[in-house]
Design a protein around this ligand. Structure first.
Ligand code: APR
Length: 256
């Protein structure tokens, strides 16, 4: 293998041997895995939080005080995700899950549902997803698909609840909001039971999601980080591969 893989050939061979001996797999992912699909990350130099203030666009108090501005931001992200395609990293994980449907799970911080488009079915969405809608007044929730979202909503106006006519919110976890309890409990259980955790495309800046690798370590799991940059937890990893997920995951998982 030439290029990036060449530099990490020894690591990749070791990881493949560990995969062969492992039973339970977790892919813990962040925005970086969708970057090659054209979805910006948050904290890279061209990331969303370098241009915009998350407190004004993606926090609970911003939604309450200025829902129009928050909806403008989310409508533009929904439009971008609708037009995006999943990339080789998403499809590599989807194919790998296909070989072990009971024992391979994705725990993602992403809200773009590109893992599902890449073939993954066992996906825990820690931060919800951008095509879900929830009414904060009556609690009514509805899930839409990316391909028909804009048949139901128009960017000209803020969506309202069909049940009580209050403003709907994208069913994502905004800053100042708690994670969905059931997703969080499942994420801890899967991380505590896995034999190997791939930590892909996340700066590990945001808690409590960034505590999941510790649960894996407590179970003596092997940690494999895939990220072009060093992160706050690189020193915790058994392997840390400085590469783009879409370029190297197919090789590591042998799912070409
Ligand atoms: N392949 C793998 N990793 C990549 C790639 C790539 N092609 N491109 C960038 N990355 C890495 C960056 O180096 C960075 O470490 O992806 C990471 C993205 O980090 P963040 O932008 O902080 O995104 P994330 O970790 O997912 O943020 C977590 O913060 O704002 C909240 O809710 C938001 O879910 C998000 C959470």
């Amino acid at each position: 293998m030439e290029g990036i893989e060449g530099d990490y050939l020894e690591d990749i061979i070791q990881i493949q041997k560990i995969i062969d001996k492992s039973e339970n797999f977790v892919f813990f992912t962040g925005a970086g895995i969708s970057r090659e699909s054209g979805i910006p990350t948050f904290r890279d130099k061209d990331g969303l939080w370098k241009k915009y203030d998350p407190a004004k666009l993606a926090s609970h108090s911003a939604f309450i005080s200025n829902p129009e501005l928050v909806w403008d931001f989310f409508y533009s992200r929904q439009r971008l995700v609708c037009q995006a395609e999943c990339n080789d990293a998403h499809t590599a994980i989807g194919r790998f899950e296909n070989t072990r449907p009971e024992n391979s799970h994705v725990i993602t911080q992403n809200i773009d549902r590109l893992h599902q488009r890449g073939g993954s079915q066992n996906v825990i969405e820690l931060h919800g997803n951008i095509f879900g809608m929830v009414c904060l007044a009556c609690g009514k929730r509805k899930q839409y698909d990316y391909f028909d979202f804009f048949n139901n909503f128009s960017e000209e106006k803020i969506p309202t609840c069909p049940g009580c006519d209050n403003i709907l919110k994208p069913d994502v976890v905004l800053f100042e909001e708690p994670l969905p309890q059931d997703a969080w409990i499942q994420a801890i259980r899967l991380s505590s039971e896995c034999d190997i955790m791939f930590v892909i495309g996340t700066s590990l800046n945001v808690s409590p999601a960034n505590t999941l690798p510790y649960h894996a370590v407590k179970n003596h799991a092997v940690l494999v980080e895939i990220n072009p940059n060093v992160t706050e937890m690189t020193s915790l990893m058994d392997f840390s591969i400085r590469a783009s997920a879409s370029k190297i995951l197919t090789k590591i998982l042998c799912v070409a």
